[in-house]
Design a protein around this ligand. Sequence first.
Ligand code: AMP
Ligand code: ZN
Length: 112
Amino acid sequence: MNDCLFCKIIAGEIPSTKVYEDEFVYAFRDINPQAPVHVLVVPKAHIACADEISEENSAAVAKIFEAIPKIAKAEGLTNGYRIINCCGEDGGQTVFHLHFHLLGGKKLSESF
Ligand code: AMP
Ligand code: ZN
């Protein structure tokens, strides 16, 4: 049984505000936005975290980075944006399905 929150969102079992979807990628608004635009971009295939990216599954990551400029354009992020990935406990990861935070819509702080 797959108990992963983001797998359930991708499957439509838990609601989300979708902003983009293709064969490999799903993107939706973060429930607790940290910027005017805060989108989570995730692979449809379950990969737990960045540390689990390998030769076997990295094509899904490439698809995410192909989708990001399209999402950024659709969200009006013409002046730039930030992409963040949290990996593991020290990285602050709370949901263990690989995701990239796409943040923008204002000048973001230079500190992390
Ligand atoms: P991270 O801390 O990098 O693992 O990010 C997990 C993100 O998922 C946080 O920014 C949460 O606000 C977000 N989040 C958690 N549950 C949901 C949900 N049901 N829908 C949308 N975003 C969520
Ligand atoms: Zn998952």
